[in-house]
Design a protein around this ligand. Sequence first.
Ligand SMILES: C[S@@+](CC[C@H](N)C(=O)[O-])C[C@H]1O[C@@H](n2cnc3c(N)ncnc32)[C@H](O)[C@@H]1O
Ligand SMILES: [Zn+2]
Length: 358
Amino acid sequence: MDLIKVIEGSTKLWVPDAKKYKLDSKMPVFFNPVMHLNRDITVDIVKTLDKPKSLDLLAGTGAKGIRLAVEANAKVDLNDANPSAVKLIKKNAKLNKVEVEVFNESANKLLRNSRRTYDFIDIDPFGTPVPFLAQSLNRLRKSGIVAVTATDTSALCGTYPKACMRKYDSLNQKTQMMFEIGTRILIKKVVADGLNIGIALEPVFAHSSNHYMRVYLRRVENLRKVRQNLKFLFLCPNCFTWKFENKMPETKVRCGCGKYSEILGPMWTGSLYDKKLLKQIPDSNKTVQKIKEEVDVFGYYNYHMMSKKLKDVGELPKMDFIIEKIRKKGFKASRTHFSPTGIKTNLPAKSFLRLLYS
Ligand SMILES: C[S@@+](CC[C@H](N)C(=O)[O-])C[C@H]1O[C@@H](n2cnc3c(N)ncnc32)[C@H](O)[C@@H]1O
Ligand SMILES: [Zn+2]
């Protein structure tokens, strides 16, 4: 294998030379430089834990797990089914002079046969994380955090509604807020798999970036409170209003405006961020900066989609001008990292539209 040495954070890593291999699951050992944002945020979140016992379940080159050992003071186990990955993980541990344990198992077999429990578990698969959730949650300690990456965004975001239903047991389709809903469906799946085995989880951080979604959930106590946050969303494609319902309706549902609502979910409808954790992590990249400025309310209005629909509105005012106007009315409002054309606010759709015209 042709290797090059790179530095990520304060960790040195041997990785396959990107010039020599095509970036896909057939690489001798998988490494995607673009995912450094994913790894940077992981390191910052794990740093908030106290000497966490951590598991990098699908470790590849070991980039993430080794960084946790070097930069977050974590005691780390790493695993990969690929023997070449295991060799490279060991080489990278040596390069950074950190003691880690390395396993060469199929992930679920490792989890099933181990008695170990962890304060932090990272699930970073090719595509969907669903096959690894239940077994991982079984190994998560009280107050521990599980971090999950999904790169099957077209299923999650509703471009392929059938795939979303098959993998995540939720309805989704392309709507004004598909990226946030996709993220909330991923969270729901982790929460639901936890509830199945009597484990309560709630999100503490989430982002949708480039070609993937990444969610962090903490193990908590209150199963009932967690369950109450899983709901269906009735979203009107005509007047943009929405509401939550606990049950899937038996028939089509009309919005107050007379048009049929889109029925999406179930999904996580509660907060996506732990405020205390947000304060603890540094603003070391644009994603975290944007998230810290984001109001933590459900959904967003897609300004671009709305303006297309409301042709008669004429020239639309600038997004920042609208955000300021909403705030002056006493409501919360901000941009959102989920979409460059999204406005997050607790202002109801009718008032939002009125504000565009006024
Ligand atoms: C997306 S890569 C991990 C990238 C790594 N976390 C990083 O940040 O660079 C997924 C890894 O999972 C491994 N893998 C896939 N299926 C597996 C399974 N069932 N058990 C164990 N490892 C598996 C692959 O060999 C690959 O190295
Ligand atoms: Zn409507």
